[in-house]
Design a protein around this ligand. Structure first.
Ligand SMILES: [Zn+2]
Length: 126
């Protein structure tokens, strides 16, 4: 890995953490989705007391709450798994982290990391 690649990885890591920090600060402490009660701050959006989660926003737009998640990103040998949009947001954020660390999509690390994240997250944040 050359110096330019190292700087690119560090920049992406900074963007990932800045995104998470911004999401954390954008909703008040103890906020929850006004439609379903979801509380994870990384998936909430809104202003003041009106807060929606990503899944409810999908539904408002007439889209499915459930999306296919490619564990290890594409190309991967695994079929996409169905996850709620809120879980999809969290899993995709975590993918940005290993991607920023220089791991390739479809690599053993990427797939293993994503499977572990899926086991921990799936069904726990709806
Ligand atoms: Zn909601």
């Amino acid at each position: 890995m050359n110096e330019e690649q190292v700087f690119a990885i560090e920049d992406e890591m900074d963007r990932v953490f800045a995104t998470w920090d911004q999401r954390w600060r954008n909703v008040p402490d103890g906020a929850s989705c006004c439609l379903c009660g979801h509380t994870h701050p990384f998936t909430l959006m809104g202003a003041g007391r009106v807060v929606f989660c990503q899944s409810c926003i999908q539904e408002i737009w007439g889209k499915q709450r459930v999306q296919g998640q490619h564990l290890g990103r594409r190309p991967t040998l695994l079929s996409p798994v169905p996850v709620d949009t809120n879980e999809h947001v969290l899993l995709t954020d975590l993918q940005r982290l290993w991607r920023a660390a220089g791991f390739e999509p479809g690599s053993a690390f990427a797939i293993g990391f994503d499977v572990g994240a899926y086991i921990v997250i799936s069904g726990n944040f709806q």
